[in-house]
Design a protein around this ligand. Sequence first.
Ligand SMILES: Nc1ncnc2c1ncn2[C@@H]1O[C@H](COP(=O)(O)OP(=O)(O)OP(=O)(O)O)[C@@H](O)[C@H]1O
Ligand SMILES: [Mg+2]
Length: 228
Amino acid sequence: MPTTPALRMTHISKTYGTGSSQVQALRDVSLSIERGTLTLILGPSGSGKSTFLTIAGGLQTPDSGEISIDGQPMKALSKRAQDRLRLENIGFILQGHDLVPYLTVMEQFQLVDRVKPKGNISKNELLQLLKDLGVDQLANSLPRDMSGGQQQRVAIARALYTKPSLVLADEPTSALDSHSVEVVGELLQSVAHSQNTAMVVVTHDTRLVTLADDVYDMEDGVLTHRAR
Ligand SMILES: Nc1ncnc2c1ncn2[C@@H]1O[C@H](COP(=O)(O)OP(=O)(O)OP(=O)(O)O)[C@@H](O)[C@H]1O
Ligand SMILES: [Mg+2]
């Protein structure tokens, strides 16, 4: 029996601006992503990676095309149901890591518990996850007292905290040294495989290619599957 893809996009296009300042950020993008896989979308700056990711997660609407998350067409859902689906099913790691500035690392997770009290990983699993990411010593630290790479790793833990079926990660290794890239890359791969998560990483970091199950290239808004 065919499985339901965690993410399915069909004929997605997106243009910003009007007239001479018009930019076509995505051109007829279609893809299907299964759970239990790490997918890499590689492209240079300005190629449309963040646009792709925010549209995939319903944070922005496309001009045309369809998106389904775990088999549910986004368009068919009310705004409220879309918010719920996003909260329950998707973990975001956005460019700029968006930690709450006045909350400590532990409080970032307590905040998630308030919004989504059920189905998250346990306290012990969280401590192990922070340890795996090398940020367990920072439990009581505020973002401003942490390096960019440390904040990035906490943001990764926060995205995985809710046990999402789909993780959408925008340049999750941009602030990391090469050792941490390896650690984080292997963690994302291991979570994808062991927890049956669809892990989608957009990046220009080619160091992750060897870990990926599937690789796409993004160039000027055109997505191409890479033969391997
Ligand atoms: N809100 C916006 N308004 C107008 N143009 C935009 C907007 N967001 C993105 N663009 C343009 O759309 C194109 C794709 O941008 P996008 O941010 O998706 O690229 P990216 O691959 O994520 O780049 P980077 O690697 O620098 O993060 C670029 O030409 C960009 O200038
Ligand atoms: Mg971007």
